[in-house]
Design a protein around this ligand. Structure first.
Ligand SMILES: *[C@@H]1O[C@H](CO)[C@@H](O)[C@H](O)[C@H]1NC(C)=O
Ligand SMILES: *[C@@H]1O[C@H](CO)[C@@H](O)[C@H](O)[C@H]1NC(C)=O
Ligand SMILES: *[C@@H]1O[C@H](CO)[C@@H](O)[C@H](O)[C@H]1NC(C)=O
Ligand SMILES: *[C@@H]1O[C@H](CO)[C@@H](O)[C@H](O)[C@H]1NC(C)=O
Ligand SMILES: *[C@@H]1O[C@H](CO)[C@@H](O)[C@H](O)[C@H]1NC(C)=O
Length: 416
């Protein structure tokens, strides 16, 4: 179970502004490349099959460029489906498109179905190993004579965007440039204030309808009052049509986390067109949500009934949802588990909210508690200073040819 400090982000790290809808079912070929499980030591010498997708319909050969998607935490087909930008520009650039799956996700499991069963198997799930996979795969792709002179450009969104940027920094001889979309490479240590993220989420709701952020701000204390009595808890379970009724006050934190995650997810997918990335949603979904949250000055029950209508935009846009499941926020292909491990090792991102400049309940960043949770879940402890040590933090003046693109609504734009 995610701890409080994981609220809203342990779930996923994914909201790239490259996410234009792919017009029609994209056509690509699927291949597998033998990768060493451990690029940085010689004792573990076995290999696994890394999946990658290739579309060369528009490739101008020889020498046309290769646009290389540096896969992030999920099934690579999901990113291929949701990175319409690459499909849009392939013809104009005469480019080959390659989508490389990140190890430990989708089908690219170094130890098959054992990969997640023991910390000793998870040991090779790091961004450094993933970048090395990409470097070797690109080297292999360029062995064919038609590709020898092809420039390779790394492209990615969110964590994939960080990987694209780091790919250019660490392997400048392999990729000539990178497009890093919504890539929060500074969401580490104290490079940016820990409360910015929730402020951006709050602003998205402020912008999307009068009274909206203020209403959400008021739901927390209304919920706390409801959770004080058994009758209130029963009323909540019924009103929110929960699959599994809330049992006691102990369920309050989990329920509120689920709501926070819902707001954060909405901020990440507040696209101006209907899309089905995390959930099937209308265009500008936050505007739809805010239609139910115009009046903050209601009594608790009225306010919470409106809250239910509002989150139903996220959970029941199709009308096919029988009941709301508080253990579910996003859907299928995104892999919470792998990201949770990465967050507990290298990707330590401090988040906090203050309840004043944002619409969330105040939550401090508590590294010790976070670390203890990681130890409980994975048997390992995070190294919060590693990422800035290995990739440079703000000291990246030596890097070149990297475009950092951001959408103003996307909370992952914090680090700008
Ligand atoms: C990608 O899109 C295809 C075609 O629409 C669909 O069949 C497939 O399930 C999608 N894959 C993922 C992982 O979203
Ligand atoms: C893993 O897969 C193998 C072969 O497909 C199967 O025999 C085994 O039961 C699976 N193990 C687990 C833990 O699922
Ligand atoms: C989802 O929408 C359908 C159609 O409007 C409705 O019948 C159903 O009760 C809704 N489910 C929930 C959990 O509200
Ligand atoms: C709720 O979601 C969890 C996690 O996906 C799942 O294990 C559980 O079966 C779901 N519960 C219901 C009642 O659908
Ligand atoms: C939330 O409520 C608190 C306390 O009433 C207030 O100080 C804060 O400004 C509110 N935040 C927003 C975004 O409405």
């Amino acid at each position: 179970m995610a701890s409080l400090w994981l609220a809203g982000w342990g779930v996923l790290l994914l909201s790239c502004i490259l996410g234009f809808v792919v017009p029609s079912a994209p056509t690509y070929q699927t291949y597998y490349f033998d990768q060493k499980i451990d690029h940085f030591g010689f004792y573990e010498d076995s290999t696994f099959k890394q999946r990658y997708l290739v579309s060369d319909t528009h490739w101008r050969k020889p020498g046309g460029p290769i646009l290389f998607y540096t896969g992030n935490e999920g099934d690579i087909a999901l990113f291929s489906n949701n990175t319409g930008f690459m499909w849009d520009i392939a013809e104009e650039f005469g480019a080959m498109l390659v989508f490389a799956e990140h190890r430990y996700y989708g089908e690219s499991l170094p130890f098959g179905n054992l990969s997640y069963s023991d910390p000793k198997y998870l040991n090779y799930l790091t961004s450094e190993q993933a970048l090395a996979d990409f470097a070797l795969l690109i080297r292999f792709l360029k062995e064919r004579s038609e590709a020898r002179d092809s420039a390779v450009i790394a492209i990615g969104g969110s964590y994939g965007g960080m990987l694209a940027a780091w790919m250019r920094m660490k392997y400048p001889h392999v990729v000539v440039g990178a497009l890093a979309a919504s890539a929060p490479i500074w969401q580490f240590e104290e490079l940016v204030p820990c409360n910015l993220y929730y402020q951006i989420v709050t602003n998205d709701f402020k912008k999307s309808g009068p009274g909206c952020a203020e209403s959400i701000n008021k739901t927390w204390s209304a919920l706390n009052r409801m959770f004080k009595s058994d009758e209130g808890i029963r009323w909540l379970s019924g009103t929110f049509r929960l699959c599994a009724p809330l049992k006691s006050q102990d369920d309050a934190a989990g329920f509120k986390n689920w709501l926070s995650e819902t707001w954060v997810n909405l901020a990440m997918v507040d696209y101006p067109y209907p899309a089905d990335f995390l959930m099937p949603l209308p265009a500008w979904p936050i505007k739809e949500v805010c239609k139910y949250l115009r009046n903050p000055n209601l009594d608790d029950k009225q306010l919470l009934q409106n809250l239910f209508q509002a989150i139903n935009v996220y959970y029941n846009y199709t009308g096919n949802t029988q009941c709301l499941n508080t253990s579910q926020t996003a859907v299928g292909s995104l892999d919470d588990l792998g990201w949770s491990y990465q967050a507990c090792t290298e990707m330590v991102m401090p988040f906090c909210s203050d309840g004043i400049t944002d619409m969330f309940e105040p939550q401090t960043w508590n590294f010790e508690a976070f670390s203890d949770d990681c130890y409980k879940q994975w048997g390992i402890r995070p190294r919060p200073k590693w990422i800035t040590s290995v990739y440079g933090g703000k000291n990246i003046n030596a890097a070149s040819n990297i475009i950092f693109s951001n959408g103003g609504l996307d909370p992952w734009s914090v680090w700008r």
